[in-house]
Ligand binder design. Structure first.
Ligand code: FAD
Length: 439
């Protein structure tokens, strides 16, 4: 299934273009009832079912050769109470649309990842997170989930009344049922001030924990062949929003998005021996800046350059050492990787399969440009992360199996019990869930 190139008729491909499948049937339900009917009919016909979100996982998470549900028509706000901040939204709602609707109500998500193209159900299902020492992943903002099960019945789960099933369903890998709707606890709209500044990498890693604590949202990017790190600090501000239009959009151009990066990455792909020099150049180009804007606009970036990615959640204190070891591995092997290492943080969380379960976390992410060899690099990074009891992001490449993952998750058995209750016949299974959760 790992193939690139143009998509053939009937083929589904993820954003990176390297996870593909040919579902036997594709359904695009327009209501919860149509969703339920489609699932029940597929299950009765002996087919497995996967809901694809917007295909932004790098893993095989959404792939199926059975029935694929596309959620484009299950979109939009269903209910909202601006006073309490509780908002019910259809599972297929793309985060960018959600953010716009919330802003119109004077509300916002308290934290977001660095893009807004995912669906809300897809985002929570793999534990999508942003950064913030005291903030948990996006699924922690979920108060209720409406789940359509294999027989077409609908279960409305709430954090208050079904803590055990919610602990599983908040990060469920699509393996428990189809999420028709999600109730989110939002916060009053706010403005963020984002300050980007380059620093020596060693200095930033030495002070990683303090920097993470000192800012609401702390993040860094570092190119392995360069000695610098670009630090991004975002904090709430009472200043009026002062977006800088195009300049703001291009503030971070060389880090992971857009044209400068594309040109350098393309050159590196054609001339791998030039990668260390290009990487140092990119590090020098990564310049500072300051901008304030509506929160969601400053959380997210546009990613036009395609890549594949691995990301590991580690005990917070292990992050700097693990990142140093990745840099050292790349340099000593002269591995042709032009893309930076990204580090973020999150607070410990109680979802059973949260990679940040029960521990304050540092995330370390590595990327490889589309079409370049990623496997030896990612295998080496995974071996490093294994030394720290690392837990992989469910939506990003890794090589773990149920056997290697179970000991890393204290609530593994509770998740399996919920799976047995909600999907005893494994209608919502695929090769990925079989690999990482077992049959
Ligand atoms: C450019 C880029 C940037 C990214 N940035 C971040 C980031 O900052 N932080 C982070 O943590 N991750 C990030 N990711 C990863 C991404 O957030 C996750 O992989 C996310 O799960 C993708 O959501 P999606 O809607 O595309 O779902 P998909 O990838 O299509 O599906 C993901 C999983 O959710 C399940 N699913 C989807 N919809 C439903 C539903 N309605 N009911 C039941 N199951 C469902 C699918 O079956 C699948 O198992 C990024 C990915 C890309 C490509």
């Amino acid at each position: 299934m790992a193939r690139r190139g143009p998509r053939n008729a009937g083929e589904w491909a993820n954003w990176a273009g390297d996870q593909r499948c040919r579902p036997a049937r594709v359904l695009r339900p327009g209501s919860r009832e149509e969703l339920a009917e489609g699932i029940a009919a597929a299950a009765a016909a002996g087919q497995t079912v996967r809901v694809a979100g917007s295909g932004h996982s790098f893993t095989e998470a959404a792939l199926t050769e059975g029935t694929m549900i596309r959620p484009e028509r299950l979109s939009g706000l269903l209910d909202a109470d601006p006073a309490s901040g509780l908002v019910e939204v259809a599972g297929g709602t793309v985060l960018a649309d959600l953010n716009r609707e919330l802003a119109a109500l004077g509300l916002a998500m308290e934290n977001l990842g660095d893009i807004d193209r995912q669906t809300i159900a897809g985002a929570i299902s793999t534990g999508t997170h942003g950064t913030g020492a005291r903030l948990r992943n996006i699924s922690a903002q979920v108060e209720g989930i409406e789940l359509v099960l294999a027989d077409g019945s609908v279960r409305r789960l709430s954090a208050a009344t079904d803590p055990e099933l919610m602990g599983a369903a908040r990060i469920g890998l699509g393996a428990l049922g189809a999420i028709a709707a999600v109730t989110l606890r939002c916060v009053p709209a706010f403005t963020l001030l984002r300050v980007d500044a380059p620093h020596p990498r060693e200095e930033v890693l030495d002070t990683f924990a303090e920097r993470a604590e000192a800012h609401e949202h702390f993040e860094l990017f570092t190119f392995p062949y360069d000695d610098g790190a670009l630090v991004l600090e975002r904090n709430r501000t009472d200043e009026a929003a002062r977006p800088r239009g195009r300049a703001a959009a291009y503030l971070n151009d060389v880090v992971l998005e857009n044209w400068t990066l594309a040109a350098l990455a393309q050159t590196g792909k054609a001339l791998p021996r030039a990668i260390p020099a290009l990487s140092r150049l990119a590090g020098r180009l990564a310049s500072g800046g300051r901008v304030s804007d509506r929160s969601d606009r400053l959380f997210v970036n546009e990613r036009r350059v395609r890549f594949t990615e691995m990301e590991y959640a580690l005990p917070r204190e292990a992050g700097p050492e693990a990142a140093r070891r990745v840099v050292e591995w790349v340099r000593s092997n002269r591995y042709p990787v032009f893309f930076p290492i990204e580090m973020r943080v999150a607070a410990g969380d109680d979802a059973f399969l949260s990679p940040a379960h029960d521990r304050d976390t540092a995330y370390v992410a590595v990327h490889q440009y589309r079409g370049m060899e990623w496997r030896p690099y990612f295998e080496a990074v995974e071996a490093i992360m294994d030394d720290y009891d690392g837990r992989p992001h469910w939506g990003k490449r890794h090589f773990q199996t149920a056997e290697t993952l179970a000991p890393r998750y204290p609530e593994w058995e509770k998740f399996q019990r919920a799976r047995d209750t909600l999907d005893p016949d494994r209608v919502f299974a695929n090769e990925y869930t079989e690999r990482v959760l077992g049959t």
